[in-house]
Design a binder for this molecule. Sequence first.
Ligand code: SDX
Length: 428
Amino acid sequence: MAKDTLTVTDNRTGRTYELPVEHGTIRAADLRQIKVGEDDFGLMSYDPAFMNTASTKSAITYIDGDRGILEYRGYPIDQLAEHATFLETAYLLLFGELPTRAALDEFTHAITHHTMVHENIREFIDAFRYDAHPMGILVGTVGALSTFYPDAKEVDDAETRKLQMTRLIAKMPTLAAYAYRHRRGLPNAYPDNDLSYSGNFLNMLFKMTEVKYTPNPVIEKALDVLFILHADHEQNCSTSAMRGVGSSRVDPFSATAAACAALYGPLHGGANEAVVRMLNEIGSVKNIGSYVERAKKGEVRLMGFGHRVYKNYDPRAKVIKKLAYQVFDEVGKNPLIDIAVALEKIALEDEYFVQRKLYPNVDFYSGLIYQSMGLPMDIFPVLFAIGRTPGWLAQWDEMINDREQKIARPRQVYLGSSRRDYVPLSDR
Ligand code: SDX
């Protein structure tokens, strides 16, 4: 009868071992019993970049990369994008269920009343150069927030964790808007508690001399949907940073600063900015062919294409592409969309991309929307960070509560010099 085990034979010794199989995995620790002698440390698994290693069990987000499926707590991303708000989705990610009206009102009230940051943070941002990249400012200011909330160190207290998670979700848009206004040499626009989460973000970005800012409802809704689409994505690079740094039991502000730093990279959240720079470099549809040839030679990457998990069309990219045209109807068409659509078509018919299952990902079209909203390219990754904050925090909270988790500390395969004695400088 079939058993949930794996039988392996170590041909170095002829011994056979039976390893339990659970959730389609074997425990790497079960390999340690496989030795060639008593003083042998035992077998380890070797998996650079964790291409085939599960670092945790999780109940938050499910992705089927082959079928292009993404679900938050079991709810399909396209349904949440169509029917939910971002704060409703954030609540779902954090607490596991869609909120009742009363719970959503309470959560929204809490977030709304934590959007302010200490004035020292505004002064801190003023000290950055005028042309400082907003992601660099975000990494610095999120980390700095930890110095204002020493109670955040009490990571084993559930109520304290909930308060810090509320603070972080509430304050990310404020930090992002402050970084943008600093870049533009504009005075800060303070939060307006009468507005929605996304409406208030637009207020803090774009309010000028008018007494009260009124967000464009089409832009406000589009931004809210974009935040939903970016809210979580299981164990991606920045979430792994959040979990890894958080496993040392540091406060969540410091762990989130590490996650922001990981997201900053052009292979991760920085890709939405890199896509628009790439489309500008291509310049026109007639140049696409030569650019694709350069990508196939490895000279450049098609930014916004490819994914470690999705070997099908990223379901988020489908929603964003549709959303882009809705925004363009409101604010005017972004001319780069024609290059993007043509590039997608050419790439999806080219054997190089087909063979490697390289499809547009979440970053391919999002930047075109942000640009049409009047935002500068270098703030695009910051918008990704705002959306991803509830996901980072939900994953962090799950890690803190997971009795199987300990401080993250991988092993290595050492291939360096064997023991040797110090050589005095005079003898070198
Ligand atoms: C995000 O993990 C997540 O979930 C991330 C994310 C999230 O929500 O958190 O989904 C958000 O980060 C999306 C990805 C954004 N990044 C980009 O768009 C940058 C461009 N894409 C790539 O650099 C790449 O596709 C990655 C980083 C996304 C995935 O890289 P992998 O899984 O390590 O794949 P790889 O680099 O080993 O590539 C496999 C092959 C290689 O060719 P060969 O060596 O087999 O000949 O595909 C090629 C690569 O050269 N390839 C590309 C390519 N992506 C992969 N060739 C041209 N253009 C590309 N974009």
